[in-house]
Design a protein around this ligand. Structure first.
Ligand code: ADP
Length: 271
């Protein structure tokens, strides 16, 4: 019987060249999954081979964001084949392990840990330049488990501009550091909404959700981790991105000219 110990996680082997980037956040709804999907597409557009592992047990929204419906992985010779998606992405979601879509995953500790091992070790990822992991919000089991399994994984912390949200985001970064993962930087999402004034026809940035959160988190983590943790990107609020989330059409693919899409592409250039 292949116990945990014999399971080989290719990404944790010496000499493995895949960059494993975990996308983390302090709380839900800040756009972590949207950043994961669009960053993946922007990296793929640069010619990289990219996989997404959706490990967000509470949300597992990656298949919906990519319009994958109820697609399930196939099994070939005991290997799980990831689901192909737009842009050549290879995708596995923890939700795909559920018997049916409307079941609630209430896994804890050891079972979750085993599920993560399976998704890392038994999935035929092939040669990847990047594996992006969509972590559950907060500093829970999955984040710790990933840090143990793949210490070389790096973490990107997503936050909103609200300074009240920054404290929990900072905690997610600190947890990564405790697990000895490098924190690559901070992404501030929903930074502003660009509008044109009906009176003077000038464009203005409406700061819907406050301002400064990204900088606050980056500076706090830089202080705490004693290396430079930069603010990697500020992504504006974009109604097309919001709508595309519902229809499974990511903005980097459908509206690359939008500032929000361009911010994702610039982010891909930073990692
Ligand atoms: P999380 O993974 O942090 O829970 P999601 O990526 O699922 O967050 O985003 C939550 C909601 O906010 C989704 O409906 C998504 O489409 C929307 N959203 C995320 N980022 C933006 C943005 N920059 N502009 C507009 N809507 C956004």
């Amino acid at each position: 019987r292949g116990g945990q110990a014999q399971r080989v996680i290719p990404f944790a082997q010496p000499g493995n060249l895949t960059r494993v980037l975990a996308i983390a956040s302090g709380k839900g709804g800040v756009g972590k999954s949207s950043v994961t999907v669009n960053l993946a597409l922007a990296l793929a557009a640069q010619g990289r081979s990219v996989g997404i592992l959706d490990a967000d047990i509470y949300g597992h929204s990656i298949p919906d964001l990519l319009g994958l419906g109820d697609a399930r992985p196939t099994v070939v010779d005991d290997m799980i084949m990831p689901v192909p998606a737009v842009g050549g992405l290879r995708v596995i979601s923890i939700g795909m392990l559920k018997p049916s879509r409307d079941q609630v995953v209430a896994w804890r500790g050891p079972i979750l840990d085993r599920a993560l091992t399976q998704l890392l070790a038994d999935v035929y990822w092939g040669d990847l330049d990047y594996l992006l992991l969509d972590l559950p919000p907060g500093t829970g089991d999955v984040a710790m488990s990933l840090g143990q399994k793949i210490p070389t994984s790096e973490v990107i912390v997503v936050t909103t501009p609200q300074t009240a949200a920054s404290e929990v985001a900072e905690r997610a970064g600190t947890m990564a550091h405790i697990m000895e993962q490098r924190v690559l930087g901070v992404v501030e999402n929903m930074s502003w909404l660009e509008t044109t004034c009906p009176h003077c026809s000038e464009t203005h940035r409406l700061e819907l959700f406050g301002s400064g959160g990204g900088t606050v988190v980056a500076e706090a983590l830089t202080d705490r981790l004693v290396y430079e943790v930069p603010l990697l990107a500020q992504i504006p609020f974009d109604e097309t991105l919001l709508a595309g989330g519902d229809t499974g059409r990511p903005i980097v693919q459908t509206h690359p000219e939008h500032p929000a899409a361009q911010a994702m592409v610039a982010l891909a250039g930073e990692v």
